[in-house]
Write a protein that binds this ligand. Structure first.
Ligand SMILES: Cc1cc2nc3c(=O)[nH]c(=O)nc-3n(C[C@H](O)[C@H](O)[C@H](O)COP(=O)(O)OP(=O)(O)OC[C@H]3O[C@@H](n4cnc5c(N)ncnc54)[C@H](O)[C@@H]3O)c2cc1C
Length: 370
């Protein structure tokens, strides 16, 4: 006999795992199906910045609102997960220094000056806090709230806690087919068949085939990011250094994570020499001493992008039982807590901010073309 669940989730990255945690905690019989190992795809490639300010284009837009809400959720999540899983998600302090080299960059940054969370620092002040930073900077915007976490630690903690709330998590169980009929949804996998009342597709950049199979148009494509980590032989960085999509993040282990390239439509999650060279070149403009540091490792990951850069979070327009949570692009770590809460609330029939649901709705025309 097929085992039946209230909720099944396809994909065990940080998004699927956050959903599993939130729905299992709300008392739902939950099943999560992961094709490989939990959290080992794009989630493990991430630097882990919670860049609600640093990553946004404007500061009154939906991304900023949702990003700030999710950032705030991390406060409680850190404490809860420590208690529920025994895992420290390594939430840092210090935030991001978003650097300006030119007047134009300074002007762009200072558009955030009306925010109490933003502080402009002149070069001498930045150098005092971070002597390692390049001499030719004009200054930097300090955003203390844009801290970072360790993505795999968050995913593992969500996993352990979800299991504690009764979730079944199955690794090495790729979903082959989703069959819909009146009574239930059937999910056929390489290791058996299950049925459920609600199904959420959270398989990152690989979610496209499910949109197609479920009769939906979508835009979802990879933007490959290549990174390198080095052992910091100098004093620890007090803040993440960030400039033009390039960043240097200090880990507790003493490593610096340096990222990342942006290669559209490249499906090979393997770093190239050219990509790593470009990353090192940019990072050494920000922090010249980095060139002397010993390499730890290089890697690449596939950001799940949509053409309007907003994720897909919500219900299938014609079948209420199917939900999607994918397309989180550069910000899946930041947005994991709020995504878990939104999907949980939709499943429980609780209210969710209409404006957010509208911006992230499935099948929206704005997201259809690259
Ligand atoms: C270099 C780099 C740096 C980044 N830095 C940051 C950052 O600093 N901050 C931030 O917020 N975000 C960052 N991101 C973005 C972030 O990593 C992603 O948005 C996030 O990991 C997406 O999570 P996900 O769970 O949707 O996808 P994934 O982690 O890829 O998980 C999807 C899972 O679905 C599984 N799957 C696929 N098909 C099936 C199937 N048929 N059956 C079962 N399982 C299936 C896959 O095996 C995979 O484990 C970065 C990304 C990259 C590449």
């Amino acid at each position: 006999m097929k085992k039946h669940y209230d909720v099944a989730i396809i994909g065990g990255g940080i998004i699927g795992m956050s959903i599993a945690y939130h729905v299992a905690k709300a008392g739902k019989q939950t099943l999560l199906l992961e094709a490989n190992e939990i959290g080992k795809q794009t989630t493990s490639a991430a630097a882990g910045m919670l860049g609600a300010h640093a990553e946004g284009e404007g500061h009154e837009d939906i991304f900023f609102q949702v990003g700030r809400a999710s950032q705030a959720l991390y406060e409680k999540l850190k404490v809860d997960l420590q208690h529920e899983s025994g895992i420290d998600i390594r939430k840092s302090v210090g935030g991001i220094m978003k650097v300006a080299f030119t007047e134009e960059e300074k002007r762009a940054l200072c558009r955030m000056q009306h925010l109490s969370t933003f502080q402009w620092l002149e070069a001498s002040c930045v150098k005092k806090r971070m002597p390692q930073i390049a001499n030719d900077i004009m200054g930097a915007g300090l955003i203390e709230e844009d801290v970072h976490v360790e993505p795999y630690a968050v995913c593992r903690a969500l996993w352990q806690a979800a299991v504690r709330y009764g979730a079944d998590v199955k690794e090495f169980t790729p979903v082959i087919e989703v069959i819909r009929d009146k009574e239930a949804i059937t999910v056929r996998t390489a290791n058996g068949t299950f049925t459920c009342d609600d199904l959420t597709i959270a398989s990152g950049v690989w979610s496209g085939r499910f949109f197609e199979e479920l009769g939906l148009s979508y835009s979802l494509y990879p933007v490959k990011g290549e990174c390198v980590s080095v052992w910091n032989s100098g004093p620890a960085l007090a803040h993440t250094i960030y400039h033009d999509h390039c960043y240097i993040v200090q880990r507790d282990s003493g490593k610096l994570v340096i990222g990342a390239t942006m290669k559209q439509n490249d499906w090979q999650a393997v770093p190239t020499l050219g990509g790593i060279e470009a990353v090192i070149q940019k990072a050494s403009q920000l922090m010249p001493s980095i060139k002397e540091m010993q390499i730890d490792q290089c890697w690449a990951g596939l950001r799940p992008a949509t053409s309007d850069r907003h994720p897909y979070i919500g219900r299938h327009p014609e079948d209420e039982r199917i939900l999607f949570a994918t397309g989180h692009y550069r910000n899946g770590i930041l947005l994991a807590p709020i995504t878990g809460e939104i999907i949980r609330d939709l499943i429980l029939g609780k209210p969710v901010q209409e404006e957010w649901l509208h911006a992230f709705r499935i099948g929206r025309k704005e997201a259809l073309f690259i």
